[in-house]
Structure formats: structure tokens, C-alpha cells
Design a protein around this ligand. Structure first.
Ligand SMILES: Nc1nc2c(ncn2[C@@H]2O[C@H](COP(=O)(O)OP(=O)(O)OP(=O)(O)O)[C@@H](O)[C@H]2O)c(=O)[nH]1
Length: 767
């Protein structure tokens, strides 16, 4: 053990060495000079005089060391002082400390080494104390904080150790320190879900703690378990941490671009009007009349072009009309989620009154929450009776203003062009109330009014710009198509470069033909537009594929009728190759007008899973002649919806297919397999025949069921069950998991390993 020298002690007590030597002399302790070492008892005595604490020696040593190194260097301190002997550590020592040793010594000067305290705490040991700077010494982690990282990180570890040392000094033995936990975040965010581990990380807690909390809440979770929103919220509530779900924006969902935006950027836009009404009440005449009086008059040289919508100007304000009369277009668009119309004009012939389609139109407009203006048409006719129209409409909740209601009625004659101006004025009035606005500065969004494939120009689509401005050259996604706006033509057949809100324009430049009612969105660049368009096209195709119904003999005729099928694909499996060929040849001879029978695959042996996947991929029906599907094939067929037809007589196969193709399939009965039993042993009993000692492996076997004997996937016999016994008693049915004795009528060649399949004929309802 290193002893303290006189000058060291002097330094420690802040006295000159000489005074210490004198004092020692007074105590009858002789020392040669200031370099002399002091015995323990001498130190004790000196301590008594200089009132130094018991740990004086160590402390003296520490102070001495402190003076001999740059300030801030990891200050050594005694650990577990008071336990047994205490001594200063040799400088430069580097070894693990174990407080359990009962020895305490200051750490070497800030040197890096792993420390292991009796508390089992493991913390990063400090790096070289010389790296310390006062700034770096700022505490970051509290004592007692679990920190299992390996040492070696900068000055902080050393500083931590110092802190620990200072705090530990008076404590003996060290009680388990209260765990100081990381501060909880004020708020966490997540999207969709988080695993326990991810949530723990976000909260700065151990996953085990989260698991414990979940357990207390009645949720058993593992570290990698995904937690749903509710569970995350519950846990966060426990910690009083705010939680917010981030909604991931799906770039390919065009609807998100239709969210309303900052109103301050918006300007007034023209209303978009649809004309609806009963047949022959004058919708087309009205649309033409408006167009002719308003468009051609002002636009010299303009050749009106039917692009599905047009604009007129009334009192210096534009009005857009959708040029597709009737509510079919209106409903189609609405069904596709597009709200295009701001106002509906319902035309009612004054000589005819409210008719069924008038009511339908009213209901459509109401459902779409679109304001209605009633145009009472054919006022020029002597038989016109507008009062009757008004009367009838009140029954549908449309009360004219004249009668104290709110509905605007405008008497017109579409044919003579009378009342058109009044109607347009009313349209403007109603739209003013509606405060229709858009931001012409943003990238355009809108809806497809019409689209077709033009021989010369390719895909041509009429778009109604609903917000923003569409420019030639804009990268665009339209429904599931994309492209760049190559050329734009307005309703007057003129080429335009830009189209603002509520403007209909016909564009070219799309890679495919979109559908009426599809949304369009202009993107920042062509690459994004392409990506979004392609992704949308792919997912649309997948949806279409998954929706495609598989052909079955039951729906075959319907599919043929709808012209969806020109060919009937078949896969033929039979017990022997000869039968396969015979079957295939007979099937090929089936002659039903307009349909070809195409055999895409044949084979001898049981129907396998690969037969089913081929059938699924090529929309084929599988025909099994004297063969059965194996377990996997059965499962696959059920999952894929593949129709398997099992037969034992060739002409029945042919008949069934032929009838199905002609839509004459007998709809009444269908075979249903109710169970299977495995033959485990056989007994020959005279007079009775062969008894099959069997075990029911699936479903059940009933007394009245038909049976088939299957040997290695091939049907060797089909007939009726004769007796069914449990032990010695006759049984009505034997369920899965039970043994039974079975005899089959007129069949004694039963063998061990055979499978007896039981089936019943069930009456079914054909679709
Ligand atoms: N006298 C008179 N006849 C009109 C008026 N408006 C339309 N008609 C006539 O009514 C008939 C039907 O007019 P359309 O405009 O084709 O009616 P619609 O509602 O478009 O009919 P559908 O397209 O079949 O639904 C035509 O013969 C028009 O000439 C009108 O104001 N006065």
C-alpha cells in the first residue's frame, strides 16, 4: 500500500511541510525530511490536529494527484470508501474495479476501463481523462442510469464516472440507485402501426416495460408485435405522452389532390351546369338554343365543336354547360365519385308536366346536393300549363318563389329561344350565392367529360378543369392513363395554350383512353406523372383480374352469351392414357355455334395441384374421368374457384359440357362429397362378402350415401353402400375419427389402403 509523504500531507492540509515536520516532532515522530513517508498512525495523529476526515489519506493523495494534472482531468475518487482498507490506486492502473472486493481506490487518472460496481451497473468507462474539457464535462446521463454500451466514447464516460464517484462517496454500502429514466418525449408520431420495440424506442423505454404495461392492459404482446392505433394510444396515455397518427399520403390516389386549399388564393369561377329532364321535354333543344344564341353570335369564325361541354358568356360572365343531356352522364360521373356539376337545370315541358324521369332527375340532383332551377319549357305551345308544372313540383319539395318557396322557375321556349337570357341570369344568380371559387395559379385538377380513341389523333379526352390552370405541355395523370398535354382545343374548335377553372378542353397526348368521370391531376414533372399513372394502371389491372369470374359449367352459358368467351378451355385427366385420348377426341367434336372447345392439357392419373393452377391461369374447367383430385388439388380448386367435373361415363361428360354450352345444363342436382374413410384391414365373411375395416378420415359416412372406391387416386368402383357398422351394430352414420365396418353392394374386391369416398346428391339452386 502506498504511503503518503510529508510534503504530500502538507499539501493536503494546506500547510508548509516544515510545519508538518515540526508537528511530527512534537508528536515524537521523527522524520528525516519532507520526502519521508508517514506511517498510518502518524497520519491519524496529524489528522487529529488538522481535523481532516478519516479518509484523509486517500483524499490527500487525491489532492496531490489533482495538483499534478491538468484541471478537469477525471478526478479520482475512492469508491466504497470505508470498506476495509482504503488506498490510493497507482497511477496509470487500468483494470476492472469490483466494489465487492471491499477495497476502494480512486481510479487511475481518468483512464478508460470497464467498471463493474456491486450494483451490476455497467456504464461506459471514460476515455482518456485528458480529453476532458469543462464543456465536455457537462453531465448528460444521471447516475444509476442503465447504460450497457461498451466503453470508449469520448470524455463523457469519464465524466460520468466522476459524477458517480462524487455521488457514491458518502454512500456505503451502495443501495440500489433509483433508476433515472430518460425523459419522455412530449409527443410521438406513427403511421398505421408500430411494433412494441419501435414504440419503446420512441418513448425511450425498455421494450420489456412496454410489454409489461400492455400485459397490465390485458394485451399479450411480443417485442416484434405490431400494435394498432388503440394499443399505441393506450400506452402513450399511460405515459401521458401525446400521440399523433401520420396519415401517409398516397401519391397515386388522385382524390387527395382534390382537397380544398387555401381560400385566400381563390377567385370566382364560372358555374358548371347540367341539364336534365324527362324524354322529349326539350333538353337537347335547350342546349342547342343556348349555344346558338350565345356562342356563335359572339365568336365570329368559330366552328362550334361538340366536345361534351361548352361555355357561354352572359353579362360578361362565363357559364359552362355539360353538353350531355340526360342524367345518365350525371349519374355515371357521380357513381365514379366525381362532383362536376354546380347547378342542375331540370327541364319540364309545360304541356306534359312532371314525368317519371323528371322525378328521377330531381332525386339525382338532390342526392348530389346540387341546387336546382326549373326551366318550364314549351311555353310557346297553346297547351302549355305552367301552373300545373309548379303544382306538381311542389309535391316533390320544389316550391316556386312566387308561392313562398325557394325554387326558381323560369318559363322558356327552347325552340324559339325565348326566356334563355332570363334562365342564364338566374344561373348566375344562383352561382353567386354558391360562391364558386378556384385558384387559377395552381396545377390543374379536374374530371374527364368524354374520351375516345381517334384514328388519327390517338386518345382524345375532354377534360373539365375544376381547379387550377391546365397548360399545353403539362405532365398529367388521367384516371389510369398518363401523358403530357400535347394539344388543347376549346369548344369552339380553337387551339388554346391554357385552360382555367371551369373550362372544358379537348386534349391529346395520353397513352391510353381514360373513362368519363375519371379524375385528372397535373404533376410537377413527367417522371412522377408516369410513375403515378403506371402504378394506377397496374393496380387497376390487378383489381380487374381478381374480379374476373372463373368459368364454371354453371356460368359458362352466361359468359358465352355476354360474348366474353369465344373458347372453352378444358383440362382432361383420366385413369388411363387411352381414356384421355378418347375423352379429348369426343370433347373436340362438341359443336356449339360460335364456341371452340380447346383442350389445353391432358394427362393420365389423379388431378393434381398443378392441373388446378393451370386451369386457374387459363380460365379452364378440369374434367376428371375415373380420377379424383388429390387433397392439395381440392384445396387449390376451392381457393381459386376452379370447376372440377368428375365423371365415370364418357357420354355423360360430353353431354354435360354440351348442355352447359347451350345453357341447358340440368340444374337440379349436384353431387356433394360428404366424407372419406381409409380401409385399414379387410375381412372376408362368407355370405356377406368383404368387410372393409375402415377409419373415417374426413367428414362422415352415412348409411344412405353413394360410395366410390379409390385406389391410388383412381376410381375403381362406384356404387352404393351396403352395410355400415360400428362394432357389431348397424350405424346410421360414422363421423371423422371413428372406425367402422363397411360393405359395398356388388363389390368385394376391396383392398387395404383403398379410400372409400361417400357422396350424396344434393338439390341445388342454379344461378
Ligand atoms: N313547341 C316546342 N317544342 C319544343 C320545345 N323544345 C323542344 N321542343 C320539341 O320537343 C321535341 C323533343 O325535344 P328534345 O330537345 O329532343 O328533347 P330531349 O329532352 O332532348 O329528348 P331526349 O333527348 O329524347 O331525352 C323536339 O321535337 C323539339 O323540337 C319548345 O320550347 N317548344
Amino acid at each position: 500500500m502506498t504511503k503518503i509523504r510529508v510534503h504530500e500531507y502538507a499539501k493536503k492540509v494546506d500547510k508548509p511541510s516544515k510545519e508538518i515536520i515540526d508537528q511530527l516532532s512534537k508528536l515524537n515522530i521523527e522524520v528525516a525530511n519532507h520526502m519521508a513517508t508517514l506511517e498510518d498512525n502518524a497520519v491519524t495523529k496529524l489528522d487529529g490536529i488538522y481535523k481532516k476526515p478519516a479518509a484523509g489519506r486517500t483524499q490527500a493523495r487525491q489532492q496531490h494527484q489533482a495538483q499534478n494534472r491538468p484541471s478537469g482531468q477525471g478526478q479520482s475518487r475512492p469508491q466504497n470508501s470505508g470498506q476495509g482498507s482504503s488506498r490510493p490506486a497507482g497511477q496509470g492502473q487500468s483494470r476492472p474495479q469490483n466494489s465487492g472486493q471491499g477495497q476502494s481506490r480512486p481510479a487511475g487518472q481518468g483512464q478508460s476501463r470497464p467498471q463493474s460496481s456491486g450494483q451490476g451497473q455497467s456504464r461506459p468507462a471514460g476515455a482518456k481523462g485528458s480529453n476532458f474539457t469543462p464543456k465536455a464535462a457537462k453531465p448528460t446521463a444521471g447516475p444509476g442510469q442503465r447504460n450497457n454500451r461498451p466503453g470508449g466514447g469520448g470524455g463523457r464516460g469519464g465524466q460520468n464516472r466522476n459524477r458517480k464517484g462524487r455521488q457514491q462517496q458518502p454512500v456505503n454500502p451502495l443501495p440500489p440507485m433509483p433508476k433515472r429514466e430518460k425523459e419522455l418525449p412530449a409527443k410521438i408520431t406513427f403511421s398505421e402501426s408500430l411494433t412494441v420495440a419501435e414504440l419503446a424506442k420512441k418513448l425511450g423505454r425498455e421494450p420489456s416495460e412496454i410489454i409489461k404495461k400492455l400485459f397490465m392492459l390485458g394485451v399479450m404482446a411480443t417485442i416484434n408485435q405490431e400494435l394498432d392505433k388503440d394499443a399505441i394510444e393506450l400506452i402513450c396515455a399511460e405515459y401521458e405522452v401525446e400521440v399523433e397518427e401520420e396519415i401517409l399520403v398516397d401519391k397515386t390516389d388522385l382524390e387527395v389532390y382534390f382537397e380544398p386549399e387555401d381560400e385566400t388564393l381563390q377567385e370566382e369561377r364560372p358555374p358548371v351546369v347540367t341539364i336534365m329532364g324527362h324524354v322529349d321535354h326539350g333538353k337537347t333543344t335547350l342546349l342547342d338554343s343556348i349555344r346558338n344564341t350565345k356562342v356563335t353570335a359572339g365568336e365570329a369564325g368559330g366552328i362550334t365543336q361538340h366536345i361534351g361541354a361548352y361555355q357561354v358568356v352572359e353579362n360578361g360572365k362565363k357559364i359552362t354547360f355539360l353538353d350531355t343531356p340526360g342524367h345518365a352522364a350525371f349519374t355515371t360521373m357521380r357513381a365514379r365519385g366525381a362532383k362536376v356539376t354546380d347547378l342542375a337545370i331540370i327541364v319540364v315541358a309545360a304541356d306534359d308536366g312532371v314525368m317519371p324521369q323528371t322525378v328521377e332527375a330531381i332525386n339525382h340532383a338532390k342526392a348530389a346536393e346540387v341546387p336546382i332551377i326549373i326551366a318550364v319549357n314549351k311555353m310557346d305551345k297553346p297547351s302549355a300549363n305552367p301552373d300545373r308544372v309548379m303544382q306538381e313540383l311542389t309535391e316533390h319539395g320544389l316550391v316556386p318563389e312566387a308561392w313562398g318557396g325557394e325554387t326558381i322557375f323560369v318559363p322558356i321556349s327552347a325552340l324559339k329561344g325565348e326566356g334563355i337570357d332570363a334562365l342564364l341570369e338566374m344561373i348566375l344568380l344562383v352561382s353567386e350565392v354558391g360562391e364558386l371559387k378556384a385558384n387559377p395559379a395552381r396545377r390543374a385538377i379536374g374530371t374527364v367529360i368524354e374520351a375516345e380513341l381517334d384514328k388519327g389523333r390517338g386518345s382524345v379526352a375532354t377534360l373539365l378543369v375544376q381547379d387550377g390552370t391546365l397548360h399545353v405541355g403539362d405532365p398529367i395523370v388521367v384516371g389510369n392513363t398518363f401523358g403530357r398535354v400535347r394539344a388543347m382545343v376549346n369548344d369552339l374548335g380553337r387551339r388554346v395554350k391554357d385552360a382555367g377553372p371551369s373550362t372544358p378542353v379537348e386534349i391529346t397526348g395520353l397513352n391510353d383512353v381514360p373513362q368519363a368521370g375519371d379524375r385528372f391531376v397535373v404533376f410537377e414533372d413527367e417522371k412522377t406523372a408516369r410513375q403515378v399513372g403506371e402504378t394506377r394502371a397496374t393496380s387497376a389491372l390487378q383489381v380487374q383480374r381478381s374480379e374476373k369470374t372463373r368459368v364454371t359449367l354453371d356460368n359458362l352459358f352466361d359468359q358465352l352469351k355476354q360474348g366474353e368467351m369465344k373458347e372453352l378451355n378444358l383440362i382432361v385427366k383420366a385413369d388411363v392414357q387411352g381414356a384421355v385420348e378418347a375423352m379429348a377426341a369426343s370433347l373436340m367434336k362438341i359443336d356449339v355455334e360460335g364456341v371452340n372447345v380447346k383442350i389445353i392439357h391432358t394427362g393420365a392419373g389423379a388431378i393434381t395441384e398443378s392441373d388446378i393452377s393451370l386451369a386457374a391461369a387459363s380460365n379452364a374447367i378440369v374434367i376428371g374421368f375415373n380420377v379424383r383430385p388429390d387433397v392439395n388439388a381440392k384445396r387449390a380448386a376451392e381457393a381459386e374457384g376452379v370447376d372440377i367435373r368428375l365423371h365415370r361415363i364418357i357420354y355423360k361428360v360430353i353431354e354435360e359440357i354440351e348442355f352447359a354450352m347451350k345453357g341447358l345444363l340440368d340444374p337440379e342436382f349436384e353431387e356433394k362429397i360428404i366424407g372419406q374413410a381409409e380401409v385399414r384391414s379387410t375381412f372376408k365373411v362368407s355370405k356377406v362378402g368383404t368387410i372393409a375395416g375402415s377409419y373415417v378420415v374426413e367428414g362422415k359416412i352415412t348409411r344412405d350415401s353413394g360410395v366410390r372406391v379409390i385406389r391410388e387416386g383412381i376410381v375403381v368402383f362406384e356404387g352404393e353402400l351396403d352395410t355400415l357398422k360400428r362394432f357389431k351394430d348397424d350405424a346410421k352414420e360414422v363421423a371423422k375419427g371413428y372406425e367402422c365396418g363397411i360393405t359395398i353392394k356388388n363389390f368385394n374386391d376391396i383392398k387395404e389402403g383403398d379410400v372409400i369416398e361417400a357422396f350424396v346428391m344434393e338439390e341445388i339452386e342454379r344461378k
